[in-house]
Design a protein around this ligand. Structure first.
Ligand code: LMR
Length: 335
C-alpha cells in the first residue's frame, strides 16, 4: 500500500512537471524612450494587453517608458545581451548596431507622405535590412512609421540660410549629420531623454522631430518657432533578441505575432492623428509660432539638401539608393 502511494505521488509529480515551471511566466521587458501618451507609448501598452490576453497570462509584459530603464544607446546593447526583450527604437539610431544601411531612410524628403512610407516599410526591400539585423542577433517584428518631421528652434527657420551657425540636435547617423552640415549648422547627437534640457539651457538651439514628441516631451515650451517642413521621418523598428524569440514555445510565439500585428494596426491608426492633433495643441498653447513652408520655400529646402543624396551614393552605392527610391516612390528633382 505504502509503495503504491509513493509511486502515485511520484507519477503525479512528473505529470505536473517541476512545480516552478508551471506557474513561471515568460517575462518580456519592453523598454522605450518616449512618453506613455505618445503613439509608441500607447502602442506598447496595447501590445502588453494583447500579449497577456492571447497567451492567457503565460507572458507578462513590463513596459518601461521615457528611458526609465535604458536610454537610447544602452537599450540596443541591453537587447543584444538579452537583459531586455523588446524595443521600438527609431531606425535612425541603428548605426551603433553596425547596421548603418538604415541611415538611408533619413535622406531628406525621401518620403513626405505616410502612404508611401508605410508601403516602403512593408515592401520586400525590408528583407535586406532585416537580414542585416539578424546578423547582429536582432529580429525585426514590425515597422511603425511615426510620420514626417518638423524643425523647432528659437528663431524662425523659413529659408535654408536661416540655419547658418545653429547647433542642432540629431538622433544619430551619417545622413542626419550631413543634412545639418549642408544647411550650414552644427549637428549634435543627444539621447532623447536629454533633449528638453539641452534646448532649455541652450546646449543646442533646435531639433527636428515628429509633432507628437515635440508635444509630449514639451519641447514647444522652450522653442519659440516650429517649421512644418516634413523633410524627414521618425520610423521605429519593433525589435527583439533573436535567441530569446526563437526560444519561445511555438504557440506562445504565434500568439505574440498576433499581438504584434494588431498593435501595428493600432499604431498606424493612432500616429497620423496624434501628430496632426499635436500641431493644433502646440499652436493653441500660444508658446510656439508655427510656419508652414510655401511651395517656393520648400523648393529651396529641397534644392539645398539634394547634395546629401549625391554624397550618400559614396556611402551606400547608387544602386542601393535607387532601390530605396523605387520603394519610397521618390524621384530626385531635375537639376
Ligand atoms: C528621437 O530620438 O528624437 C526619437 O527617435 C525618439 C522616439 O523614439 O520617438
Amino acid at each position: 500500500m505504502k509503495r503504491l502511494t509513493a509511486a502515485f505521488a511520484a507519477a503525479l509529480a512528473f505529470a505536473l512537471g517541476p512545480p516552478a515551471l508551471a506557474d513561471e511566466s515568460i517575462v518580456i521587458k519592453f523598454s522605450h524612450v518616449v512618453a506613455p501618451d505618445a503613439p509608441k507609448g500607447k502602442t506598447a501598452l496595447v501590445f502588453k494587453e494583447l500579449a497577456e490576453k492571447y497567451t492567457n497570462g503565460r507572458v507578462k509584459v513590463e513596459v518601461y517608458p521615457n528611458s526609465s530603464l535604458y536610454k537610447d544607446k544602452e537599450e540596443l546593447e541591453a537587447l543584444q545581451l538579452g537583459s531586455v526583450q523588446l524595443l521600438a527604437p527609431s531606425i535612425s539610431k541603428f548605426s551603433p548596431l553596425g547596421a548603418k544601411e538604415f541611415d538611408v531612410f533619413d535622406l531628406p524628403f525621401l518620403s513626405s507622405d505616410d502612404a508611401h512610407a508605410r508601403q516602403m516599410f512593408t515592401s520586400p526591400l525590408m528583407g535586406e535590412f532585416n537580414r542585416k539585423l539578424e546578423s547582429k542577433g536582432v529580429s525585426a517584428l514590425a515597422y511603425w512609421d511615426n510620420g514626417a518631421t518638423v524643425y523647432t528652434c528659437n528663431r524662425p527657420l523659413i529659408w535654408p540660410e536661416d540655419f547658418r551657425g545653429l547647433k542642432l540636435r540629431i538622433q544619430g547617423g551619417k545622413v542626419l549629420d550631413a543634412q545639418v552640415r549642408e544647411l550650414g549648422a552644427i549637428p549634435q547627437i543627444l539621447p532623447f531623454s536629454e533633449v528638453y534640457q539641452a534646448l532649455q539651457t541652450g546646449v543646442v538651439d533646435g531639433e527636428d522631430n515628429v509633432p507628437s514628441n515635440v508635444l509630449t516631451q514639451k519641447f514647444y515650451e522652450v522653442q519659440k518657432h516650429l517649421t512644418v517642413s516634413y523633410h524627414g521621418r521618425v520610423t521605429y523598428a519593433l525589435i527583439t533578441n533573436k535567441t530569446f524569440w526563437n526560444s519561445l514555445p511555438g504557440d506562445v510565439r504565434a500568439q505574440l505575432d498576433r499581438a504584434v500585428a494588431e498593435s501595428t494596426e493600432f499604431f498606424n491608426a493612432t500616429a497620423a492623428k496624434d501628430n496632426a492633433d499635436a500641431l493644433d495643441k502646440i499652436k493653441a498653447s500660444g508658446k510656439t509660432e508655427l510656419h508652414y513652408l510655401t511651395e517656393a520655400e520648400k523648393k529651396a529646402w529641397i534644392t539645398k539638401l539634394m547634395p546629401v543624396h549625391t554624397e550618400m551614393q559614396g556611402r551606400f552605392g547608387k544602386d542601393f539608393i535607387e532601390r530605396v527610391y523605387k520603394a519610397s516612390g521618390f524621384t530626385p528633382p531635375q537639376s
